[in-house]
Design a protein around this ligand. Structure first.
Ligand SMILES: NC(=O)c1ccc[n+]([C@@H]2O[C@H](COP(=O)([O-])OP(=O)(O)OC[C@H]3O[C@@H](n4cnc5c(N)ncnc54)[C@H](O)[C@@H]3O)[C@@H](O)[C@H]2O)c1
Length: 223
């Protein structure tokens, strides 16, 4: 890393990009937004304009810019693996919104690819950086041995909050892919280096706004 601002490309200028853009403005001069990418060019332009960045319809165009050293991927879940791999192949660091990929094998392939060329690959596990989790982690050593951890996340949505939610098939899943990364990241954080021995999951759908599950429970057994 140099002391110059890190040149960044934002890929996907939808709902969550607003939070990233606001954080970027706060991180000035650590980062400089060089480019934004979205098939909706108006969205890309609106995100780029306050930063004087360029906007593109495709990620390939942004990856060609030598000033782009890192890529922030905030596109629909199904694109994360392919886009993160393209970023690494182009020699760029990547921060990928959660889930970093759709399968464990894909996530491992990304980690190996980034490690092989000494690039930073990070997942957008926002909760671990929040004050509540940071404070809990500070006090964790005083709690003694953890016997069980319960995480509950409930949100009321009367329909898809992003267009691609409605297209997710039951096999691809929806709520697990949106929420489980937050819950699992938290559980892994407090459980330390141990990996679970067994994972059991049940899911169901109650609403008609999308085809995949809207409720899920996971049980993880640790050594
Ligand atoms: N960390 C969090 O707490 C948090 C919260 C919300 C969303 N997310 C994640 O952020 C990602 C985006 O979610 P969202 O709610 O902002 O969705 P969204 O649909 O509002 O935004 C996605 C954007 O990506 C664009 N896009 C589609 N295809 C693209 C392509 N090939 N290249 C570049 N851009 C493309 C869409 O046009 C859209 O503007 C998801 O992976 C989601 O899981 C994370």
């Amino acid at each position: 890393m140099t002391s110059e601002p890190i040149g960044l490309a934002l890929v996907g200028c939808g709902r969550i990009s607003a939070a990233h853009l606001s954080a970027l403005a706060d991180c000035n001069p650590l980062f400089r937004l060089i480019a934004t990418v979205d098939p909706d060019l108006q969205a890309a332009q609106a995100a780029a304009e306050p930063f004087g960045a360029k906007s593109f319809l495709t990620m390939t165009e942004a990856l060609r810019l030598p000033d782009v050293e890192a890529v922030l991927i905030a596109s629909p879940n199904a694109l994360h693996f392919e886009q993160a791999m393209s970023a690494i192949d182009a020699g760029k660091h990547a921060l990928v919104e959660k889930p970093i990929a759709e399968t464990g094998a894909q996530a491992l392939a990304l980690a190996k690819a980034a490690e092989a060329v000494e690039l930073v690959l990070a997942a957008g596990h926002t909760f671990r950086h929040g004050p509540a989790v940071q404070s809990l982690m500070e006090h964790l050593p005083t709690f003694g041995k953890l016997m069980s951890v319960e995480v509950s996340q409930c949100v009321f949505w009367d329909g898809p909050q992003a267009p691609w939610w409605a297209d997710r098939s039951p096999v691809e899943g929806l709520i697990l892919s949106l929420f489980a990364p937050h819950a699992l990241d938290f559980v892994q954080l407090v459980m330390g280096k141990e990996d679970p021995l067994r994972v059991h999951a049940e899911a169901a759908r109650h609403q008609s706004g999308w085809q995949a599950e809207d409720e899920a429970m996971m049980l993880l057994a640790y050594p």
